[in-house]
Design a protein around this ligand. Structure first.
Ligand code: COA
Length: 495
């Protein structure tokens, strides 16, 4: 085995860095080149590997792991996103090294800057936790000079990401045809509520998507109403899907040299995450869903997938059980899975060794109609332990289980801090805050987790360094009202 320095997950929190320089339309090339220019040059002479398509790959970098640049170095993103779904996508790409330039309406910005505000005068956590590691430029996209600036940005970027209401991007004049004419390599990525069909023109927010994508109808208890989940599977879930689509399109562009449209509908994203329920819908045609506790309770099934409470979604029955202290702590619970291979260990630990051989309990099928009683008995045991004590005992026996962790507990969990999943960053107006870093760990690409930008913080920088406007042109742009708030526009007009 080669004695290579062991791959480590590295985190860089809240350190500013100059975005990677690039020239228009060459981002992916430069991304591949970026890690070690000198190595890449050697590679050109002596290629060491070929892809399935016969393309040559550079020789492996000799840089230490985690120091050969970031995965998306050299990719520049024109970020037209707002609220949650789009921003989660571009934030993830920024964490992976893309230079994300967020375009915001002068004076207003992303509406979430002011929503659910907890610190007077400072950007909300809603905004700051979804827009880290980005740059912000203000441009009035409906102002003639603003349109000119945007066209220049289109030429300098690799991907445009947006999640406006249907038609809004076209109304700005940024049709795919227009964009493609300016920059044939541009990838145009969109989140919409629905794909083509009867609802394609609808505006959509998180819970609408959860309801329309099959999550709400299958979440909650059988005798209660549909429920939405706390995990933002409609917004953040679709942002994740879109990020994957963008990376795939960038990869394809390496071969084809041209960009394409990437569309993720929130309904589709939620349905994808709820695919096991569509599985169950089809199983219903062949009989009862025996792993649902409804089966054990003798309640007949209808013709659609019912809500299953805390039943496990897979073939191993599970339930949420009370632990010591549940009377005063709403999160003193544990998820307990009666996985078949460890049934003997479960019987021993809960003090029911006779269940190992009792024909009513010894096999998974025999247990199915008795799950309520079984979980009730296990709960008598879990109630004598805290969730962490139970976890400790059960884990040693290989019994799958998980404590119900509160947000407070997660915020203080040291292992999440150590891996960079929870990161503290500093902010000039609100001070330090916690954010969720990159949940995707790459061993050779350091996560780039920085604070969110102030509104328009990088306007001058982007105009000068990315778009190459001269100082006097920047002054003229400022006077035009294309990048300033309405009151400043009025002043500019009066001057
Ligand atoms: N300069 C000038 N105008 C700007 C601008 C800028 N920099 N940025 C945005 N605008 C304008 C848009 O052009 C649009 O104007 P138009 O309607 O006259 O064409 C307007 O701002 C509002 O955009 P819109 O997307 O319609 O915002 P909204 O607040 O009315 O709706 C959503 C919000 C989220 C419901 C809607 O954007 C949507 O359905 N998006 C797709 C699904 C989605 O992502 N939902 C999840 C959100 S978390």
């Amino acid at each position: 085995m080669a004695t290579r320095k062991k791959a480590k997950f590295k985190l860089r929190a809240n350190k500013s860095r100059a975005p990677a320089k690039k020239s228009a339309g060459k981002a992916v090339k430069s991304a591949a080149r970026k890690p070690a220019m000198s190595t890449a040059k050697v590679a050109a002479k002596k290629p060491s590997a070929k892809t399935a398509n016969g393309n040559t790959l550079p020789r492996p970098s000799s840089m230490p792991w985690g120091e050969a640049g970031r995965a998306l170095d050299g990719v520049r993103i024109l970020d037209f996103t707002h609220v949650q779904s789009g921003p989660t996508c571009t934030q993830l790409l920024a964490f992976m090294g893309a230079d994300v330039i967020k375009v915001e309406r002068p004076g207003v910005g992303d509406i979430t800057r002011g929503q659910l505000r907890d610190v007077k005068g400072a950007d909300s956590l809603y905004f700051t936790m979804l827009n880290g590691s980005k740059r912000s430029i203000t441009i009035d996209s409906k102002h003639p000079k603003g349109k000119e600036i945007l066209d220049r940005l289109v030429k300098e970027c690799d991907v445009l990401v947006e999640n406006f209401a249907p038609g809004a991007l076209d109304r700005m004049g940024l049709t795919f045809e227009h964009i493609h004419k300016l920059n044939p390599r541009m990838i145009v990525a969109s989140v919409k509520g629905f794909g083509p069909g009867p609802y394609e023109d609808c505006k959509v927010y998180e819970n609408v998507a959860q309801c329309a994508g099959g999550s709400a109808s299958t979440t909650g208890f059988r005798d209660g109403p549909p429920l939405v989940t706390g995990a933002q599977i409609g917004d953040s879930g679709t942002g994740l899907h879109l990020a994957l689509g963008i990376v795939a399109a960038l990869y394809q562009r390496n071969r084809t040299g041209r960009g394409q449209k990437v569309l993720c509908a929130m309904q589709d994203g939620v349905l994808n995450l709820a695919r096991v329920k569509l599985r169950d819908q089809q199983r219903l045609a062949h009989g009862a869903l025996t792993e649902y506790s409804q089966y054990g309770e003798g309640v007949p099934f209808g013709d659609t997938v019912p809500r299953a409470g805390n039943d496990s979604g897979g073939g191993q029955p599970g339930w949420i059980l009370k632990c010591k202290g549940y009377e005063s702590d709403p999160d003193a619970y544990i998820y307990f899975i009666t996985q078949a291979p460890v049934w003997g260990a479960i019987c021993d630990v809960i003090g029911k060794p006779e269940w190992k051989t009792d024909p009513d309990y010894a096999t998974p099928n025999a247990r199915l109609p008795r799950l309520k009683h079984i979980f009730g008995t296990i709960e008598q045991w879990t109630m004598t332990k805290t969730k962490f004590e139970a976890m400790d005992i059960l884990n040693k026996l290989d019994i799958p289980c998980g404590p119900i962790l509160s947000m407070k507990e997660l915020a203080h969990e040291q292992s999440l801090r150590a891996t960079g999943t929870v990161v503290e960053v500093d902010h000039p107006t609100r001070g330090p805050y916690l954010t969720v870093g990159n949940p995707i760990k790459l061993s050779d690409s350091i996560a780039d987790v920085r604070r969110s930008p102030l509104l328009g913080e990088h306007t001058d920088e982007v105009l000068r360094d990315v778009l190459k406007y001269a100082d006097r042109e920047i002054e003229a742009i400022k006077g035009s009202g294309a990048i300033s708030a309405p009151e400043k526009k009025a002043e500019a007009a009066a001057a």
